[in-house]
Structures are given as C-alpha cells and as structure tokens.
Write a protein of this length. Structure first.
Length: 383
C-alpha cells in the first residue's frame, strides 16, 4: 500500500504537544491544525501511532479531501476513493460524522449519500448487488467544515484515552489523554517525585508513572485495525514486543496520591494495579488543608473539583484559596493545576508562570503552571 496520510484528533489546545510527540517518534511531515495533527506514513506507522501516542484521541486514515456544496459533489468525491483497498466484500462500513457552517447541513442525508457512494464503488470491484456487512468493522467518518469535506477511516476503535486500566472511576474523572498532557506540561521525568493532593481515581499519577517509565499507553489494549484482513498480525506482535522493550523499570520515579474519599482511593489502587504501576504510587487519605511536602522537591499536579463538578462555585473557590495558602508556603515545589475558573489566579493568590488554554470535554479550561523556586515566593494577596 502506498504512503498514507493520517489524522490524529486531539484536545483543543494540545495540538502542539501531540505534534511534538509524533515528530519525536519519527513520523513524517507532521503538521498541526485546529483540533488535530496530520502526518504521513505506512501501515506500520499507523500501528505504532496507536500503540505509542499519549495525547491523540484516535488515529484515522485521511482518504480524501474536497469541496462540496451539493450532494452530487459529495457523492462523486466519495466514489473516487479506492474503497476496495480497505474494505473486503463481507466487511462492515458504517458511516458517521458532522457538518459545520456548510451548505450540506443534514448529517443523516450526508451519511446516506456517502454510504451509497461507497456501495457503488465496491459494486464495481466485487460485482455484488448488495453487501451483507457481517465481517470486521471499518468505521467511516466524515467532517464537513465551510463546505470542505474530509473523508476518514478510523483505525483505533475505542478512543485512545481508553488505555485499559480504568474500568472504574470516581465522579467526573479527568480524561487519560488530558492527564498525560498535564504530566508533559509539568516536565515529568524518570527521576521525579509526583504528588496529587486530590487524586480521585488516580489518573494523573498513573499517566505520570507511565510517562516516566516509558510505558506505551496502547500496549495492553486492542484496536479496530487488528480485525481487518489487511492487517499483518505478526507485524503487530513484533511492534508490541518492541514497545515492551522500551519500558524503563530501572528509573527512580515515585508518586503519592491523596484524597478524602476512601472509595476513590480504593479505585485508584485498583487502577494503578491494572496499569502495572502500583509499585510506584502510594495512595493515602488526607485533606488538602493538611497539605505538606512529602519529598524535598516534588512535582504537584492536580485536577481539583470545581464548580461545574461540585455544583457549588463557592466551595470550589474556597478550595482554591486553601490550595494557595498551602502551596505557596513551599516554593521549592512546582505546581500544575487545571481549572475553568477565570478568577483562579486571583483566588489562589499568585499569577501563574505559564498558562495553557484548552478544553476539558466541552468545558473551556486553563492549566496554570507554577515553577519551582529556591527563594521565597511573593504572595500577591499580601501586596
């Protein structure tokens, strides 16, 4: 199969992190766009991207891009794709997608036209009057924005944030890809000591440990492409074995997570065990008001409960105030906090050294980063 173009959708605001990861992994022609990163490569590149990517939401093959303002243009653009290179005569090919700011507004009608075009193309190849679609699933996705159509084939199946370790979670858990991005923004390294004083189901600490130990996030899960006839399963096994050999079990990383809820702590311990990092993370019961450093120098990363999750803005702001009072006493630590509250810095008591705007689901947030310092930190509340 010739060189392919791939699309890696990602959380808005994290395109740069996702692109840098793909570049560092050796993928070709990596370029970031709003909400996604594109790169070129082979079928082997697709397998690697699914296994290794911490920040992408999924890996798709970009089959076609074209302008369409009518259903006829949409039909012809889709029919021009050589669908038989990907779909065998018995395999399924459901269609889903979205249309934004375009003349072709009806998503159900677009689905029907795209499905019809694929069927007509496959009829020419297989000489069949209809297709039973009982075999492996090839999920077709489309995106129409400002009359520009992208036709994509999903290779992942369940989103890449589904690492396989979090069967259970507490209320409103942070997404694994977002937690991994917070670890990246905090520059977590194999020798770091990481603390989450409000750890919930442990996702931030687990993702930090997996990053530090170089555990590929997709190592212990399956992907949609593994059921395709085109896939060489021996190659998949070879690449998985190579991924296992990258794990750095000899690093000194360790972490501690705290929460006031015993059920959340129990879930966090179970998740860490499933992720293979339970020997690196300790979970204890402690309230944020009792925060003190556990290590001489540590990296604190946390996703505090905020107004939209607590349904109580006042409680969230009271929590931010306590965090500021406790954290700012220990400037030798670094702190990374995510919040949707535009007044976070004011309530916390200090402007962040860096901020990163992004979306947590549909919620607009900012990640506030405070670097470690040896000299005392000036608290802006007292100025």
């Amino acid at each position: 199969m010739n060189k392919l173009t791939f699309v890696a959708p990602c959380i808005f605001g994290l395109e740069g992190i996702c692109a840098n990861e793909l570049k560092f992994s050796g993928f070709e022609n990596v370029r970031a766009e709003n909400g996604r990163v594109l790169f070129d490569g082979s079928f082997e590149s697709m397998i690697k991207a699914n296994i290794y990517s911490r920040y992408a939401e999924r890996i798709q093959i970009l089959l076609a891009e074209f302008e369409a303002e009518s259903f006829e243009e949409l039909f012809q653009g889709v029919k021009a794709v050589k669908w038989y290179n990907f779909i065998d005569k018995h395999e399924a090919f459901p269609v889903k997608g979205k249309s934004l700011s375009s003349k072709l507004k009806s998503v159900p009608d677009c689905q029907k036209i795209i499905k019809k075009a694929i069927v007509e193309k496959l009829k020419e190849k297989y000489h069949l009057p209809w297709f039973e679609e009982t075999g492996a699933v090839h999920q077709i996705q489309f995106l129409i924005i400002n009359n520009k159509v992208s036709i994509l084939l999903d290779t992942t199946g369940e989103g890449l944030h589904k690492r396989g370790y979090r069967a259970n979670s507490n209320e409103a858990p942070i997404k694994e890809t977002l937690a991994a991005s917070m670890a990246e923004l905090s520059f977590v390294k194999p020798n770091h000591k990481v603390v989450d004083p409000m750890c919930g189901s442990g996702t931030i600490l687990i993702e930090s440990a997996m990053k530090a130990l170089h555990i590929p996030p997709g190592l212990n899960r399956t992907f949609a492409f593994e059921s395709w006839n085109q896939t060489d399963l021996s190659l998949v096994k070879k690449l998985r074995d190579e991924a296992k050999s990258c794990i750095k079990n000899d690093c000194t990383f360790s972490a501690i997570g705290y929460d006031i809820d015993e059920i959340s702590l129990k879930i966090a311990r179970e998740n860490a065990e499933k992720a293979g990092v339970s020997d690196r993370i300790e979970f204890r019961k402690r309230d944020i008001k009792d925060f003190v450093p556990d290590f001489e120098r540590q990296t604190v990363i946390t996703n505090p409960p905020y107004g939209e999750r607590l349904l109580d803005i006042t409680s969230a702001e009271r929590l931010y105030k306590i965090m500021g009072e406790k954290f700012l006493k220990y400037p030798q630590n670094s702190y990374t906090v995510i919040s949707p509250d535009d007044d976070f810095e004011k309530i916390f008591g200090k402007k962040a050294d860096k901020r990163r705007k992004l979306y947590n689901g549909m919620l607009k947030c900012q990640v506030y980063m405070y670097k470690s310092r040896n000299k005392s930190v000036i608290n802006t509340k007292n100025k």
